[in-house]
Design a protein around this ligand. Structure first.
Ligand code: GLN
Length: 446
């Protein structure tokens, strides 16, 4: 842990992955483990990990990347943090992120701009950009992120590491600052597929404090990692390599498809015809849920409180005006509007109908196939200075990851190679609660 902290301090000027380095707490935890002795039955005993800053850590600053929570120290650990603690993992710090997990670059953080581990002129992706840069730069071997529309898989892809979003309900969200509750999942980032599967063994399982968690049995996710995927049926949707996907990304994914065939799987082209409507529906549903979830940041209950206020209403207005950044305000306004009586039918209801169509697209393909593959993002990491005038331009980059959040499906991003000198993520989507098949394929591919 001492070496890890020293290495983080030496590496931070390059990647800026952390909002908080929990040095004293980590050393105390490590000392306790030294005294008890490493648990030989827990792979994570004594292993330093990073946690995204929207996941509650008892007595340790948890900002969600926002000024709104600049002074917020939670009074309890999230379930996922508790589980890592129980496994002996050592929490060394809180990773930078887009404010309230809204963004694809980590540039929406109030605190700092994290950098891509491969090229510091490029974004690390987002919103879990700090979690990805911390693993890819060698600061830690694993981290937690959250994924509402791709926020674990896209930064994993941009940094050439492994990022996983479990089936909705597989991992508890208790103690995770909510963005869009019907889409949010805690995901995790590692350097290898094996580490990733082993970490899901620690994180998965029912939690009475999160009523959306599943009581299904949790298998051993490392059990089938033997490299054998003969006979596996893989679908490659033509929409996932269509317009907007860069030539280098397309070539890399087609080469990955060939590699799966060489390993004895079949890869066939299929269609997910409603894919192109996913982004529009996501920014309505995700923002609607966010507008509701973020009502709790009122200047009374948590964190930042504006000064010089005239009355309660003025306190709310000034606190929220000063405490939230532009992107968060944009989502709150969009979400509030689309839920309003006059706009509901034209926006929220339509988006919910599109969500159903996207789920049906997946159901049709999964009747005949075990997995669906494609790129994790349409391009490699873009430049730090890319700030489109129209924010919707950036939203389009989420087109490949959003559908699996809508359907609650598990999905992974693993490195598939390089284009323009930067990593390309291969995205593998599986059936609900069939994380094992994803890990088997990703392990054989890696
Ligand atoms: N980029 C998407 C957004 O801005 C996804 C974010 C996420 O998964 N948390 O909403």
């Amino acid at each position: 842990t001492e070496q890890t902290i020293a290495n983080i301090k030496a590496t931070e000027p390059t990647v800026d992955a952390f909002i908080t380095i929990a040095e004293a707490e980590a050393l105390a935890q490590a000392k306790a483990i030294d005294e008890q002795g490493i648990d030989p039955n827990s792979l994570f005993s004594g292993i330093p990990v990073a946690i995204k800053d929207n996941i509650l850590t008892k007595d340790i600053l948890t900002t969600a990347g926002s000024k709104m929570l600049h002074n917020f120290k939670p009074i309890f650990d999230a379930t996922v943090v508790e589980k890592l603690n129980n496994a002996g993992a050592i929490m060394v710090g809180k990773a930078n992120m887009d404010e309230f997990a809204m963004g694809s670059t980590s540039k929406n953080s109030y605190y700092k701009m994290s950098k891509n581990a491969w090229d510091q002129t490029k974004v690390p992706g987002g919103s879990s950009g700090g979690s990805a840069a911390a693993v890819a730069s060698g600061e830690v071997i694993a981290s937690l992120g959250t994924d509402t529309g791709g926020s674990v898989r896209q930064p994993a892809g941009f940094n050439g590491i492994v990022g996983f979003k479990p089936t909705y309900g597989r991992v508890s969200r208790w103690g995770v600052i909510a963005f869009a509750s019907s889409l949010d999942q805690v995901g995790h980032l590692t350097r290898t597929v094996y580490d990733n599967a082993a970490m899901l063994n620690v994180l998965a399982g029912a939690d009475h404090r999160d009523q959306t968690t599943s009581t299904r049995e949790v298998p051993d996710f490392t059990a089938n990692l033997n490299g054998d995927i003969k006979g596996m049926k893989i679908a490659l949707p033509k929409e996932y390599l269509g317009e907007g996907v860069s030539a280098g990304v397309r070539e890399t994914i087609l080469a990955a498809a060939k590699q799966f065939e060489a390993l004895g799987a079949t890869v066939e082209e299929v269609s997910l015809p409603h894919s192109k409507y996913g982004v529009a529906a996501y920014y309505i549903i995700g923002s609607a849920e966010a507008s509701s979830n973020l009502q709790r940041f009122d200047g009374i209950r948590y964190g930042f409180r504006a000064e010089d206020v005239k009355n309660l209403n003025d306190l709310y207005i000034k606190t929220r005006s000063q405490g939230f950044g532009d992107e968060v305000k944009r989502r709150i306004m969009l979400g509030t509007f689309s839920l309003s009586a006059g706009a509901y039918d034209a926006f929220f209801k339509k988006a919910a109908q599109i969500r159903t169509l996207l789920i049906q697209d997946f159901d049709n393909v999964f009747k005949d196939y075990d997995l669906i593959i494609g790129p994790s993002a349409p391009s490699v990491a873009f430049g730090m200075d890319y700030t489109p005038e129209d924010p919707a331009e950036l939203y389009m980059y989420d087109v490949l990851t959003i559908p699996s959040n809508f359907a609650g499906l598990p999905a992974i991003s693993v490195n598939a190679g390089f284009s323009e000198g930067l990593p390309v993520g291969l995205h593998i989507i599986g059936k609900a609660f069939d994380e094992n098949t994803i890990y088997r394929a990703a392990y054989a591919f890696e």
